[in-house]
Structure formats: structure tokens, C-alpha cells
Design a protein around this ligand. Structure first.
Ligand code: AMP
Length: 417
């Protein structure tokens, strides 16, 4: 046996119902909020993420599946969707084409992280992006949609956390204030934080090392350094979230691990997911489109981890499909008619199972039971002669004879969902 790769998972038939439920709600919600679907490749140029996600981020420094292809180009499996969405938006001038530049995508991402529950090397995201709108109403709408996603999935144990990380005008002052406040104590922090203090001091707030926390708790807070425009923007976002009736916590430590965020950042945390508890996260990125060679357009979006939504889904959500019917052939002469019956039912839109290898009727019936199909359709010599089928409803054990002509209508009437 050649095992699968560490950090990757097979989504087994028994789990697929839960995945479909998450994907179905996600697609439906995106459509209702006016998003168009965009599908981008899983491979991109490495520089897209070096420039987009940020050279100093853990993702780019440590986690990319990057390689040189046979033509000598530096390629990577995408570690996140936003830079790809921006690239495609710019490359195809999508803002000319779409009534509103709201785009979503669903698909696999790849990061070479240490696998654990809720953290994988291949994982899946719903990614949602809006381009070209500065109005805080869009921040609030995107956050409201993120919380609707979680609520519509029936996940009740989630907390919304928001923050503002300021803009190019005010953030440098905040970064400097952090460095000044740390002073000599920077040497007491972990290696990652020492690196962050040089490359992007804000990300010190991402640190989870317990020994660092007393120092980090003493640091200045972003809200005290916001410029007037950022302060007003953040106040308006909060006012609109209040108007939607959403409860949230403001955490000055929510800086997020990517370089491109400006102003609003947010996350939804699952409160019963253990260490990997972020269900989704996002924020505003007002310079990324331009930075990646596009027009000067702001952006905002979020990415939700489908594995974590599936984990957080209430039990019993996303039942597995069961077949409408299992056709049983009684004796050799019935097989051919049984196969034609199965074909006709399938063509009529009913999920229909049938056995192979000429097994005995007893063994076919056992399989019909195991398949949990709603009805067993028995076809023997008598039924063939009278052009009828014996229908056994598995749940009640009730049995009746139905003519071939009435069969589809009968099966539909007794409930096929
Ligand atoms: P990020 O792109 O890092 O902001 O992550 C957005 C969301 O994707 C997170 O909130 C998680 O739900 C999910 N996510 C990120 N990394 C992983 C991973 N390695 N495995 C599973 N889900 C992940």
C-alpha cells in the first residue's frame, strides 16, 4: 500500500454529505449576496505570493509548495486565494465586465504546515472578495455575510472578533511605537518575534508563545494610533454591525498573518474547535490590487476554512444520499428486464441500484437492505407476465403491486426527496 501524503485527507463517502452541505450553503449565500464565481488555477507564479501575501510572512517564508518546473519557471501551489483573485481581476479587467466586482471561489489551498486537527497541508477555502469600494458599508456587509454563513450552517458556537490595523498614513507611527515600547526587551522575545520586530512589528501580536505574553500585553494598542480617517471608518463599520444586530468583540491583537491588510480585520472563531479555532478570517486590503500591477482599487474579503466548517457543523447535518430504489431480479429470466427497469428509472430521475454477478435473490435482498434504499422493487416471472412490479417500502415493510406504467409516479408520490 502506498499511503496518502501527510497533512492531506481523503474526504470519504461518509463525510461527503457534510461537505456538500457546507459547499451548498456557501454557494447559495454568495449568489444571494451578489457574488459571481471565479475559478483560478491551483498553480501560480511564486512571485505572485511573494509580492501579494508578503515576503516576510510565514506562508511565503516557510510554507509554500514552490518548485522549478520543467521549463525553468518558479511555480507554487497556491497557499491562499486572494492574490490569485486579484491577478485574475486585473488580467481580465473584470471590473469592466461585471455589474459589481464581487467574486467568490471555492477550492484547495496548500501550505507546508505542521498537521494537526483542523490544520492540514492541503485544505479548502471559500474565498470572497470585493474590489473597488471604500465605503465602510461594504466592510459591514462582508462581515455580516461571514456571520450569516456560520449561522446558516447551524454553527452556534462562534465568536466574531474585529479590529482596525490602520493605513499607510498611520501604521508606520504605530509600528515605531511598538519598537520604542519594546526597547531592549525585544531580546527576551521568541526568535519569531525578534524577526517580526524587524520585518513587521504588528505581527508580534500573532505570537502564541506563553513566555512572550506578559511583554506583549504591555504594548501600545493600534486603536490609539489610528489617523482620523481610519478612526472614522472603523467607527462606521462598528455602527453598521450594531445596526445589523451583530455581537462582536474588538481585539487590538487581531492583526492577521498576512502583509496586505489595511483598516478592518476580522475573524470568526469556533469556540469548540480546540487550538485551530479560526473558522474564517479576512479584512480590507486597499493597496494590493495596485501593488500587483492593477488599477488603484481598494479591496476587502475573507477566506473560510471548509475543513473547520465541516468539523463545527452540528451532528446529523448533511445526511448521506440514499437511493430511491433497489431492483431485485427473482431468477435468471428476470435479470434483463430488471436492468431495463433500472435504466428507465434512472432516466426518469430516480436514484436506482441493482446488483451484478447473477447473485441469488436472497443475497440481492440483503444488499438492498444494506444499501438503505427507500424501496425494493421485485421483478419475478409473475411480475414480468403481468407487466407489474412488487414494491416493498423498506421503512414500513409494506408491499404492493404496481403496474410498470404507474411505477415512477408511485415512487415519487411516496416520497423520494
Ligand atoms: P488565512 O488564509 O490564513 O487567513 O486562513 C483563512 C482560513 O482558512 C482560516 O480561518 C482557517 O479556517 C483556514 N485555514 C488556514 N490554514 C489552514 C490549514 N492549514 N488547514 C485547514 N484550514 C486552514
Amino acid at each position: 500500500m502506498i499511503p496518502g501524503i501527510r497533512g492531506t485527507r481523503d474526504i470519504l463517502p461518509a463525510e461527503v454529505g457534510r461537505w456538500r452541505r457546507v459547499e451548498g450553503v456557501a454557494r447559495d449565500l454568495c449568489a444571494r449576496y451578489g457574488y459571481a464565481e471565479l475559478r483560478t488555477p491551483v498553480i501560480e507564479r511564486e512571485e505572485l505570493f511573494a509580492k501579494g501575501t508578503g515576503e516576510s510572512t510565514d506562508i511565503v517564508q516557510k510554507e509554500m509548495y514552490a518548485f522549478t518546473d520543467k521549463g525553468g519557471d518558479r511555480i507554487t501551489l497556491r497557499p491562499e486565494a486572494t492574490p490569485s483573485m486579484v491577478r485574475s481581476f486585473v488580467e481580465h479587467a473584470l471590473e469592466q465586465e461585471l455589474p459589481c466586482a464581487k467574486l467568490y471561489s471555492l477550492g484547495p489551498m496548500f501550505r507546508y504546515e505542521r498537521p494537526q486537527k483542523g490544520r492540514y497541508r492541503q485544505f479548502h477555502q471559500l474565498d470572497v472578495e470585493v474590489f473597488g469600494i471604500t465605503d465602510p458599508a461594504v466592510d459591514a456587509e462582508v462581515i455580516e455575510m461571514a456571520s450569516a454563513l456560520v449561522a446558516e450552517l447551524g454553527i452556534e458556537t462562534a465568536e466574531l472578533v474585529i479590529n482596525s490595523v490602520g493605513c499607510d498614513a498611520c501604521r508606520p507611527r504605530f509600528s515605531q511605537a511598538l519598537i520604542d515600547a519594546l526597547g531592549e526587551r525585544v531580546a527576551e522575545l521568541c526568535g519569531d518575534c525578534q524577526r517580526r520586530s524587524v520585518t513587521n512589528p504588528l505581527r508580534i501580536f500573532d505570537c502564541k508563545v506563553p513566555a512572550d505574553q506578559p511583554i506583549i500585553d504591555q504594548l501600545p494598542q493600534s486603536e490609539d494610533f489610528l489617523c482620523d480617517a481610519c478612526r472614522d471608518h472603523f467607527a462606521e463599520v462598528r455602527r453598521q454591525l450594531d445596526a445589523y444586530g451583530l455581537s462582536y468583540r474588538v481585539s487590538h491583537r487581531l492583526v492577521r498573518g498576512l502583509d496586505y491588510y489595511t483598516r478592518t480585520t476580522f475573524e470568526m472563531l469556533g469556540t469548540n474547535l480546540g487550538a485551530q479555532n479560526a473558522l474564517l478570517g479576512g479584512g480590507r486590503y486597499d493597496h494590493l490590487v495596485k501593488q500587483l500591477g492593477g488599477p488603484d482599487r481598494p479591496g476587502i474579503g475573507f477566506a473560510a476554512g471548509l475543513e473547520r466548517l465541516v468539523l463545527a457543523l452540528p451532528e446529523g447535518a448533511g445526511e448521506i444520499d440514499v437511493a430511491d430504489a433497489f431492483v431485485v431480479a427473482l431468477g435468471d429470466p428476470s435479470w434483463s428486464a430488471a436492468r431495463i427497469l433500472a435504466r428507465d428509472l434512472r432516466r426518469a430521475g430516480l436514484t436506482t441500484l441493482i446488483d451484478y454477478e447473477g447473485r441469488s435473490s436472497k443475497s440481492q435482498m440483503k444488499r438492498a437492505n444494506r444499501s438503505r434504499a427507500r424501496h425494493m422493487l421485485i421483478l419475478g416471472e409473475d411480475e414480468l407476465a403481468s407487466n407489474q412490479v412488487t414494491v416493498k417500502t423498506m421503512e414500513t415493510g409494506e408491499q404492493q403491486t404496481v403496474t410498470r406504467a404507474d411505477l415512477v409516479a408511485h415512487l415519487r408520490a411516496v416520497g423520494t426527496d
